[in-house]
Design a protein around this ligand. Structure first.
Ligand SMILES: Cc1cc2nc3c(=O)[nH]c(=O)nc-3n(C[C@H](O)[C@H](O)[C@H](O)COP(=O)(O)OP(=O)(O)OC[C@H]3O[C@@H](n4cnc5c(N)ncnc54)[C@H](O)[C@@H]3O)c2cc1C
Length: 160
């Protein structure tokens, strides 16, 4: 989350576009894995099939396909959707070109920038009685959000 107005250091953010499709069959083979794309010039940076784990979140009897596109791509929604279908057909076969587009979400503050060499964690105590936690105080992941939350809770307990 973007920090509120207080004395914590400013944070730079990375944008993500999340595109969702409905497919007739899951190409995920039920393994529950997130597919990462190492080709940096691609629009589909990672793909997952969350309904392989929770079928109720897809349209009835179908597979929910989740595609993340990182950063600024400069494409309108229709163009991005078509380009993704083309890329995904190369990954998962020609059926992907027919996947039904469901929704596209722009998330401008998706992840805090975490640069090479950056400290793994910033100061969590902002001032006396004022603490912060979350991924932006460490590195971009749920693990950092949970870990800094626990540390702050322990710091507060320690002064009581
Ligand atoms: C598309 C996407 C995919 C991701 N995939 C993964 C993954 O596979 N694995 C992984 O580890 N991480 C992943 N992440 C990162 C992970 O979601 C974040 O690192 C994590 O959710 C950060 O948790 P947080 O509690 O710091 O912030 P957030 O989850 O952003 O929670 C902050 C909360 O504060 C609320 N809030 C904001 N401002 C205010 C305010 N002024 N007053 C009250 N409430 C406010 C917000 O509404 C929000 O509910 C992904 C992120 C994105 C965007």
């Amino acid at each position: 989350m973007p920090p509120s107005q207080h004395s914590a250091p400013a944070v730079a953010w990375r944008r993500t576009t999340c595109t969702y499709f409905a497919a007739d069959h899951s190409p995920g083979r039920g393994d529950g894995l997130l597919r990462l794309n190492a080709a940096s010039n691609s629009l589909a940076h990672n793909v997952s099939f969350p309904s392989d784990i929770a079928p109720e979140i897809a349209p009835h009897g179908r597979t929910l396909v989740s595609v993340s596109t990182h950063g600024e791509h400069g494409l309108d929604e229709n163009t991005l959707t078509e380009r993704l279908r083309q890329e995904l057909a190369a990954w998962f076969g020609p059926d992907a070109a027919q996947w039904q587009h469901l929704r596209t979400y722009q998330i401008p503050y998706a992840l805090p920038v975490y640069a090479a060499g950056q400290a793994p964690q910033q100061e969590l105590r902002v001032a006396e009685g004022l603490y912060r936690c979350g991924d932006y105080a460490a590195y971009p992941s749920q693990n950092a959000a949970l870990a800094t939350g626990r540390q702050v809770a322990e710091m507060i307990l320690a002064v009581q």
